[in-house]
Every structure is written in structure tokens, then in C-alpha cells.
Design a protein around this ligand. Sequence first.
Ligand code: UD1
Length: 419
Amino acid sequence: MKNIIVATGGRSLEGSIEVHGAKNAALPIIAATILATGECHLEGVPLLQDVVTMSNVIRSIGLGVEANGRELVIVPTPTVNPEVPSELMRKLRASNLVMGPLLGRYHYFRVPYPGGCAIGSRPMNIHLKGLAAMGAEITEKQGFIEAKTKGLRGTDIYLDFPSVGATENLMMAAVLADGVTNLHNAAREPEIIDLQNFLNNIGACISGAGEGTIVIEGVKELDGTSYKIIPDRIEAATFLAAAVGTGGDILIKSCLPQHFLSVLAKFKEMGAKISIYKDGIRVKGPQRLKAVDCKTLPYPGFPTDVQPQLMALMTVAEGTSVLVESIFENRFKHVAELRRLGADIKVEGQIAVVNGVRSLSGSNVEASDLRAGAALVIAGLMAEGETIIEGINHIDRGYEQIEKSFQKLGAQIERKIKN
Ligand code: UD1
């Protein structure tokens, strides 16, 4: 028995919806609680499988985690087991975010090598090079990464690429280091700013997140705090894409539009009408979308996590769109599935050329990863007839009951159990 989503296209999305807390902000902040000596109360935590897995990771290390709906209470522990079990690392690559805080506070970690995933090989070299520069002795053998230090030292680190995870790990490692760490060419994503704010709330001294260089002045000890996670910009962009693609008109409340202006600009270029309010946004899709070109880039460029959803829109836009994926080497798995719905897409390496067709028609498709799954749901809502989407476990990692959100907006969509 497995869960499937059945979407019937043809309805324009209407109404209003609130977005949940950001998965990619919650995961590093949960890892960062390893550094805290007081209790941490996290609010606005999304109810997602990835959050459950990250909670289990820090539980396995020895912290107490209690979940009350969208609030997580994390109780510190004086002694830890600084190792992550392989099955948890396999379930969630972002489990590697415990490396920085474990090394910073306990001077040791041993974690299974995370390995590749559906969208790319995803090496750890930038994380490890940065930790080594701060004084960690790292050994990689038999599929494990082990690191120890007599105490990390602040230094200047130049990231070869503004990796989100490496920036987060190095920030967390540096907060208790001796002296000042300057992280150059750091990732600038809003989730990095959220991590900085959380860490400063528990007593860290960090500035510059959201800009190219992050400055971390080492402190002696960190406390606890209450903290609310920022809204999920990728979830907001996914709802907006569905509205734009179905010629709908929706209002998204409790989101921060300044976090996804590059996405809004692209939707506007495709013909959408956009009104931005202080904590919300209204989007109206056109009769027929216009083709656009786009290249994914580190923030504030167009996010790779919205690339599949954008491609779903391009499939029915008037004209030819060119989409370049520059962040991950293997993030076009949704192409074959979109073709099953009638899309005309050619791929050459990391470039996709999408010739817009008049309409898609429903079929059976399978999600290969989280955002590919979101793109297939959007395509299903745009297509004529019924689309059956399998591989829903991927979608559930990053969207809280996606079908419920779309039902709220008037879509004909259901989750069913298939034998
Ligand atoms: C985070 C997000 C993910 C998003 C990605 C890019 C979380 C939990 N996940 O993933 O949703 O798609 O940012 O915006 O926040 N790289 C290296 N060496 C390294 C580290 C990264 O070569 O040491 C490469 C990766 O293989 C990839 C690129 O850098 O090609 C970007 O990866 P990175 O920014 O690190 O992504 P994640 O933090 O894993």
C-alpha cells in the first residue's frame, strides 16, 4: 500500500493561504541547539518528516526534544554521544549540520559520510576545508568522517562556493572558537540570517549574515532562548507558481516577499500580476504565460529549489524557454515525468530547452525528489484530466499535507491509498 496524489486540472486557484515555518531554517537551528546550555523553545516549526528526523538526530546525541504541535522544546545535556547513526544520516543529508556545533562545543564528532542523493553527488569538501582551517584534525575512512580538535581558533575562511550547509556548519563551529572567524564568499540565503539571529539570541556574537562576509567573534558559553522560525519562501513560491500556472488569483499571508523577489520577478516576466504587502502577497496569473529564460544561482539569484516548479510553468508558456541549472548537476529528473504529461523539453547537460505547448494532459507520474514532486503537483493542477502522482514520501519531506493546502485554494486534489 502506498500514498498517491490524484490531481484533476482545469480549476484556477482562488483564495488565501498562510505558509508554514521554513524547513531549511528549522533544520540548522535544531542542530544549533547542541551549542545551547539552556532550554530552547522553537516556535513555528513545520510538521515535516525532515524535522522529525533532525529531532531524532539530536536525541541520538543525548539532547531532550519534546514536540508540542509546532513548538519544539529542546533540553540541553551535559554529556553527549557525538556520533550520528548511519540510518539517520541516510534519511536526511542535512544531519551533517551537527558537525559544526559538535566540534565547536565538544571538540569531536564522528558521522557517516552523507553521500550523494537524487539531485547530485553533493560532496562535503567545503565544510571540511573550513573546519580544518579552524584547527580540526579530520580523518575520512570507511565511510565515516571523524574530526577532533584541542579547541577551534578563529581565522579567515574563503569558501570555494557559497554553500548553504558549509556556511551554516562553519558559523556554528566558530561561535565558541577562540578569536574572530571571517567567512568570506558565504551563502546569503535568508535561512543563514535566521541562523545568525537564533545564535545571537543564545549569546553568540555574529554579524554580516545575508552579505558576502560573516564575522563571528568567539564567546565562552551560550544560553537558551525562545525563537520563532521564519516563513518558508520555497513553500510560498510553490503556491504562487500553482496560482500563476492555473490563471488563478491568490493571497499568501504570513510570508516575507523580500525573501523571494527573484521568483516574483520571473513570474512577472511570465505575465503574472503581483501586489506586495508588508507580510503578504497577491498574485494573479495571466490567460497564457509567456516563455522566459532563467538560470539558478546562489541567493539572491533564482533558487534551485524553485527550478522544477518554474519548469512546470514553462511547459505551457507561449514560446521557447531556456532553463539552466547551475547549482546541482542532476536536477532535471522531473523532465521525463513532465514529458509524460505532454511537455516538449530537450535537455543537454545542465540546460533545458522548453517549447511551450497549448496544454498538458493528465497521466501517471512519479516524484523523484521533493521539489520535482511539487512541480508534478503543479503540472497536474494545470493539465487536462487526471494526473496520478506517486513517490509522495518525497513531497511529504518538505510540504505539510500539500493536498490540503491546494484544496483550500479550490483545487481538485486528493491523497489516496493505492494497493
Ligand atoms: C541547501 C538546501 C537545499 C538547497 C541548497 C541550494 C537545506 C537543508 N538544504 O542544501 O534545499 O537546494 O541549499 O540552495 O538548507 N557543494 C560542494 N562541496 C561542499 C558543499 C556543497 O561541492 O562541501 C556543492 C553541492 O554539491 C551543490 C552546491 O555546492 O552542487 C550547493 O550545495 P549547498 O549550498 O551546500 O546545498 P545544501 O546546503 O546541501
